[in-house]
Design a protein around this ligand. Structure first.
Ligand SMILES: CC(C)(COP(=O)(O)OP(=O)(O)OC[C@H]1O[C@@H](n2cnc3c(N)ncnc32)[C@H](O)[C@@H]1OP(=O)(O)O)[C@@H](O)C(=O)NCCC(=O)NCCS
Length: 134
């Protein structure tokens, strides 16, 4: 799993208990996962269809640096299934796991459309396919 995005936990991200607010974390994860799906499927028109059990493993506090990791576990006909983990960048302690997030690829009509992808593509390879070698 690649941990691309880092976040610095700030006062506006906290709950009244003084720890990272779950809603902030879910917003970050949903956006990160959507970007991952857009890149993998090569289509900006993707929507979140399903999010499985979310496990808030441990709390994060103001000043913590956390990182968000996403990887694809399954390519369907019109969907892509991802798994996610958020951890403390310094201690590597797990903060949240989401077993399964399903995004659906939509056509211009807003209906599910086949995406034709079957495996993870890395940006480096996508650029090579476009004729850009580095
Ligand atoms: C996404 C949406 C267009 C899909 O419509 P639908 O009628 O369920 O479409 P389908 O039944 O053809 O399913 C589409 C894909 O989703 C998968 N899917 C549907 N329901 C699912 C569920 N509960 N869990 C996991 N996957 C599911 C199907 O297996 C299919 O994948 P596949 O083609 O790879 O096999 C529709 O449900 C929708 O608009 N939902 C709202 C999305 C939204 O607003 N999200 C929040 C903002 S981004």
């Amino acid at each position: 799993m690649n941990f691309h995005t880092r976040k610095w936990v700030k006062p506006e991200d906290l709950n009244p208990n003084g720890t990272l607010f779950g809603g902030s974390l879910l917003r970050w994860i949903d956006e990160e996962a959507a970007i991952y799906a857009i890149v993998q499927l090569g289509n900006q028109r993707v929507v979140t269809k399903y999010i499985s059990e979310i496990n808030f493993v441990s709390a994060s506090r103001q000043g913590d640096i956390i990182e968000l990791g996403i990887t694809a576990t399954e390519f369907g006909r019109t969907s892509i299934t991802l798994t996610c983990e958020v951890r403390n960048k310094i201690t590597r302690k797990s903060i949240l796991t989401v077993e399964k997030m399903v995004f659906v690829n939509l056509g211009e009509d807003g209906l599910p459309a086949p995406h034709g992808r079957t495996e993870i593509k890395y940006v480096k390879d996508q650029f090579q396919e476009d004729g850009i070698s580095e």
